[in-house]
Every structure is written in C-alpha cells, then in structure tokens.
Design a protein around this ligand. Sequence first.
Ligand code: AMP
Ligand code: MG
Length: 355
Amino acid sequence: MEQFTGMKNFEHKKNITRIVSLVLCAAISVLFFGCRLNKTDSKTEFVLGTVCSIEIPKTKTSAALLEACFSELRRLEKVFSANDASSELSAVNKTAYKAPVVLSENLAALLTQALDIAHKTDKAFDPAIGAVVKLWNIGFDTARIPAQSEIDNVLPEAIVENIKLENSDAGTTVFFTSEKVKLDLGAVAKGYSADYIAALLKANGVKSAVINLGGNVLTIGKKFFTNDNWKIGLRNPSGSADSVKLILSISGKSVVTSGIYERYFEKNGVRYHHVLDPKTGYPVKNNLMSVSVVCESSTYADALATGFLVMGYEKSIAFLKQSEKMHGEKVDAVFFFDDGSWKSTNDSIILDMAK
Ligand code: AMP
Ligand code: MG
C-alpha cells in the first residue's frame, strides 16, 4: 500500500454537472443513492461471495488504489471463507479442537470482536454455530432440512463458551474445547472487510467514499464534492430486490441489513432462510422480516443486524438501551415487520419513505 500514502490532493472542481442515479445491486438489500459524477472512480467485482463495489473521488492514483482494495478483499476472502476448503478459517476448523492454532492478524482481530459481540448478545449472534450452518447448507444446491438428531448432536456444544482465544508470544491463538465447534463468520466478515477497506482508503487520504459489500454499506465523510449526507435506500422486505421502502440520510456511518429473504430454500411450501436461531438450530421465526443497523463500525452493525433478527424487536430495543448506557455506543436500527410495518429507533436518520 506504500505507493498510495500521501495521496492527499483531490480535484475538487465545483459547479460541475451532477447526475444523481440510483445504483441497484441485484443481490443486496440496501440500495445506495450516490452522486454519479464523472469525477469519481469506481470498481465492482464478485468477491466475498457477493457483488462488491467501491467508489472514491477520481485522482491519478484512484484506479490503482481501487485495485489494491479489491486485492485486499480477495485476500480477506481467503482468510474468512467457511466455504473454501483452503481458507485460513477452514484450516482452523479442522484442527483447533486438537491443539491451539496461531491466527493471522485479520482473523485474530475479527474473532476477538465476534466473541465479544456473541457474549453481549447472549449468543443470538454466535460464530461457533458453523456446524449447524453446514447441516442446512442454505444457499447451496445441497440445502436440506437436517434430522433433529443431527441438530441435537452438534447444537449444545456449538457455542461461544467453547472457543478460547489467547495471546501468547507466538501471537493470538484459538482453541476449541469441543470438536463440535466450527467457526462461521458469514454474519460479520463483510462488515469487518468494509471497516478494513475504509481504514486503507483513509490512510491513503480518501475523505469521501462508499464501500458496498453486497449490501453492507459503509460511507466515509460526506457525499462526493458536497456537504450533504449520503442517501441509502433500504429494501422493502416484502417487495422485489429493487424496491425501496425507506431512504436513510447518513454520513461517515455504516448501514447493514440482515433479512430473511436474502438466502433461503423452500420445501413443501415452507421457506427455510439462512439466519439460524442458536437456541433451536432452525431458521429464526418471529415477526421480523429484516433489521438494518446504523453505526460507525460496520463489523458491529453486521453482527448486530444478524443478532437482532434472532433476538426479535423487544429484546433488541432493550439491548440498545442497555449498550448505550454501558458502552456509550450510538447505534440505531430500523425493524421491518411481516405485516408490512416498520419501526426505527431514530426517525431523524430517515429522510423519506419511498412510494
Ligand atoms: P447475515 O446475512 O449477516 O445475517 O449472516 C448470515 C450468515 O451468518 C448465515 O449465512 C450463516 O453463515 C451465519 N449465521 C446464521 N445464523 C447465525 C447466528 N445466529 N449467529 C452467527 N452467524 C449466523
Ligand atoms: Mg450480519
């Protein structure tokens, strides 16, 4: 990344023609309304199992910086993927119940945060649930309803308490106290990657950017060449992939949505989606269709969006009140219910209701 440090001067030419366009990403639940200027540079690629795009102001080095960002995303995919047998995570899952495994810096950093959030959410979000996720295999051709005996065999021990992280001279190590623990970071890896890329962009002088990793949106600063907030469209969970229900107005924050419509399969008229309730090992069932979380950290927003979908509305609201009191973290959320209604913890972030 060295070649980019010091890239501080952007061409801020005002009074140029601005075309506002709605950028829709088919696989995502959050839509981004950006300022499509001919003075920005963007790149889109399929990585981390989804469509990812990054947009930054155009400079002499912006194209190379974007290439560097995507090369980092491809590297992070090789660290975090639970579906790639050659990833670092897969190697950890194979042996960490036999002996402690030394983790790379990225895996150690994400796992440290993930374990903390698992404890805070009382395991509504729990990255130890990987073996149960694999039983269902939702999102793959081999998706199926596991036998109750298969769930019972792994679920009681697929819990965060069976993951031991330690710092030693060799670095951070992880050890599983049960063979039934398999890590799955699918609910936080995009959030972490967005935070990581944002740090990389900021270190290279970028003051305004949108990082959209399959609907995990992270904004840096204000909208390109303006003092305006970014407008982020939230998908109508009961509508098609391109229907927008609400438009949020944010700057320098992340918006992450977890929805029961994102990945699922149907059997005998019943829909089985990809967010599992760690208490039952089954796709979570309550009156929520989706939850969007807004806060500075995309890692936190990603984990909480998944956790809130599991916790349901009331518990999530209690969690938010408690966490703001204890940790001073300003986190907002928008909840979409199965009767078509929605509730927000902060109406000032809602700019508009789409028709
Ligand atoms: P997200 O779309 O961010 O809500 O993440 C969903 C993905 O996280 C699933 O596809 C699983 O890989 C994994 N997952 C499912 N249920 C949970 C859970 N309760 N806690 C943590 N990860 C989960
Ligand atoms: Mg998530």
